[in-house]
Write a protein that binds this ligand. Structure first.
Ligand code: NAP
Length: 454
C-alpha cells in the first residue's frame, strides 16, 4: 500500500494499491506497441498534442496547484507558478523539437553522410516529490516530442499528482500508453530497469537513489540521466550590493520550503562584509512567515513529511554540536504537521553536516572566508556540483568567477540559480550527469545515428 499524507496535518489523504508484476508487464508491452506507432508521427502532430497539454495545464491551474500543495505542502502561489512553468516547457518543445532534432549533413568522401536523431523507445522516469509537476514535465515534453514513450514512477507521497499528469496527456489526445504513470515502491525499480523493454532511465532524486539506479542501469547497459542533490554555494564578495544579495540569498534558501535541489544552501561571505551580511540575513529570515501553505500570506509551509523534517533537525543539531552558531530557528514547533522554521547557522565550517551534506529545508549555513580565493576554495569543497552563484558589482569579475572558477553545472552572477526551458540544466560530481532542458535535454534519449550513402 502506498499513501499520500498531508504534511500540514499528518493526515492520510489517500491510499493507493501498488501495480502488480503482471499488470506492470502488460503496461510495458502496451507501451512498446504504442511506441511503434508514436515514433512514426510527424513533429507537427506531436506538437499539436503537446500544445494542448499546455492549454489544459493553464486552464486547470488551480486544481493542479491545490493538489501539489495538499500532497507536499508548498505554498500555493509557488504551486501556481510551477503549473505555468510546465505549460511553458510543453510549448517550448512543441515549438523547437523539430529544429533541435533535424538531420545534420556532414561532408565526407561519400556521396551523402548525415546524422539523424532517432527515438529509443520506452524511457523510465523516476521522479521526486519536491516539484511534483515540473520535474515530470521537463522530462516528458522533450522525451515524447523526440518520439519516445514515457513511463513514470513518481515519488510515493505524490501519487495523486502522478495520476493527474497521466490524465493531462490522455485528455490532450496522446494515444494510450504514450505516457503512463505506475504506482510502485522504489524497491521494484531495479527489476523495472532490467526489463528488456525499458531502454533508458531518467532519475531525479537523492544521491543514494542515483547510485542504486545507475548501478542497475549500468549492469544492464542502459543510458541514464541523473539529476541528484546539491549544496549550492553563494559567494558574497566585499563589493557586492549587500541588500540585494541578502534578498536574493534568503529567497533562494526558502523557495519551496527550502526543498529545492538548486536552493542556495551555503553562503560563503568574505570577512570584510561577513558581520553585516549575517545581521541583514537574520533580520530578513525573521520576517518570513511559516504556516498553512494555502494561506497566501505565508512564505513557507510544512516540510514534505515528518520523517524528512526530523532528519533535517538532526543535521542542524549535529552542526551545532560541531561548532555552528544557531542564530535563528532550529526547533521543532508544537504542531501535528511537518513544520520547521526558517533557521540560520553561522560560523559553519567544513566537517559540519551543514557544510558537507545537503540540507533539504529552510536552513541557511553561513560561512566566513578570508578573501575571494578562499571563498572559491570553500565553494568548491563539496561532493556536489549542481548550481552556484557569486555576488559582486564588478560584472567582469563575476563572469570570470562563474565561467572559470566555480565547479557547478549552472553558475549565476548576482541572481539565484533557476531552471529555464531554454538553458541546459544538470550537475557534475555527485549532483549527477547528463542534461535536461534546451537542445541538450532532448538529445539525451535519442540514438544519434550516422547514415552514410556511397
Ligand atoms: P529520493 O528519496 O531519492 O526519491 C526520488 C525518487 O526516487 C522517488 O520516486 C523514489 O521513490 C525513488 N527512489 C528512492 N530510492 C530509490 C532507490 N534506491 N532505487 C530506485 N528509486 C528510488 O529523493 P526525494 O526525497 O524524493 O527528493 C529529494 C532529492 O532530490 C534531493 O536530494 C534533491 O536535491 C534531489 N533533486 C534533484 C533535482 C535536480 O534536478 N538535480 C531536482 C529535484 C530534486 P519512493 O518515493 O517510492 O521512495
Amino acid at each position: 500500500m502506498i499513501q499520500s499524507i498531508n504534511p500540514a496535518n499528518n493526515k492520510v489523504i489517500k491510499t493507493y494499491q501498488e501495480i502488480s508484476d503482471r499488470e506492470l508487464s502488460e503496461v510495458l508491452s502496451k507501451m512498446q506497441y504504442a511506441f511503434e506507432d508514436w515514433k512514426t508521427k510527424s513533429f507537427n502532430y506531436r506538437a499539436s498534442l503537446m500544445k494542448t497539454a499546455g492549454e489544459i495545464l493553464r486552464s486547470k491551474r488551480e486544481e493542479y496547484s491545490k493538489l501539489m500543495t495538499l500532497e507536499m505542502g508548498k505554498p500555493i502561489a509557488q504551486s501556481r507558478a510551477e503549473v505555468d512553468k510546465c505549460a511553458w516547457v510543453c510549448e517550448y518543445y512543441a515549438d523547437n523539437a523539430e529544429k533541435f532534432l533535424q538531420d545534420e549533413i556532414i561532408k565526407t568522401d561519400s556521396s551523402k553522410s548525415f546524422v539523424t536523431y532517432q527515438p529509443l523507445g520506452v524511457v523510465l522516469a523516476v521522479m521526486p516529490w519536491n516539484f511534483p509537476f515540473w520535474q515530470v514535465f521537463r522530462f516528458a515534453a522533450p522525451t515524447l516530442m523526440a518520439g519516445n514513450v514515457g513511463l513514470l514512477k513518481h515519488a510515493s507521497n505524490v501519487s495523486g499528482c502522478s495520476l493527474a499528469i497521466e490524465e493531462i496527456f490522455s485528455e490532450a489526445g496522446f494515444p494510450e500508453f504514450v505516457f503512463k504513470s505506475v504506482i510502485l515502491g522504489s524497491s521494484r525499480v531495479k527489476d523495472l530497469i532490467a526489463d528488456p523493454i525499458v531502454q533508458a532511465v531518467s532519475l531525479t532524486g537523492s544521491v543514494p537513489a542515483g547510485k542504486s539506479v545507475a548501478s542497475a542501469a549500468g549492469s544492464n547497459i542502459k543510458k541514464t540521466v541523473l539529476e541528484l542533490g546539491g549544496s549550492d554555494p553563494y559567494v558574497v564578495l566585499e563589493d557586492a550590493d549587500l541588500n540585494e544579495a541578502v534578498q536574493t540569498c534568503v529567497t533562494s534558501r526558502l523557495i519551496n520550503g527550502g526543498q529545492s535541489c538548486i536552493a542556495a544552501k551555503r553562503f560563503i561571505v568574505v570577512e570584510k562584509v561577513y558581520d553585516r551580511f549575517v545581521e541583514l540575513y537574520v533580520d530578513l529570515m525573521k520576517q518570513k512567515k511559516m504556516g498553512d501553505p494555502f494561506d497566501e500570506s505565508n512564505d513557507i509551509g510544512p516540510q514534505a513529511s515528518v520523517k524528512l523534517r526530523d532528519e533535517l533537525h538532526d543535521q542542524v543539531l549535529r552542526s551545532i554540536k560541531t561548532g555552528a552558531i544557531l542564530l535563528l530557528g532550529g526547533f521543532i514547533p508544537d504542531s501535528d504537521g511537518a513544520y520547521y522554521p526558517p533557521t540560520v547557522l553561522a560560523d559553519v565550517t567544513p566537517g559540519m553536516p551543514a557544510f558537507d551534506e545537503e540540507l533539504f529545508g529552510p536552513v541557511a549555513a553561513i560561512i566566513k572566508a578570508k578573501d575571494e580565493d578562499e571563498a572559491i576554495k570553500l565553494a568548491n569543497k563539496s561532493v556536489f556540483g549542481l548550481g552556484a552563484a557569486v555576488f559582486t558589482k564588478d560584472i567582469t569579475r563575476g563572469e570570470k568567477i562563474a565561467r572559470e572558477k566555480l565547479n557547478a553545472g549552472s553558475c549565476f552572477v548576482n541572481q539565484f540559480v533557476r531552471s529555464d526551458p531554454r538553458l541546459p540544466f544538470g550537475g557534475i560530481k555527485e549532483s549527477g550527469y547528463g542534461r535536461e532542458l534546451s537542445v541538450f535535454g532532448i538529445r539525451e534519449f535519442v540514438n544519434i545515428k550516422t547514415v552514410v550513402v556511397k
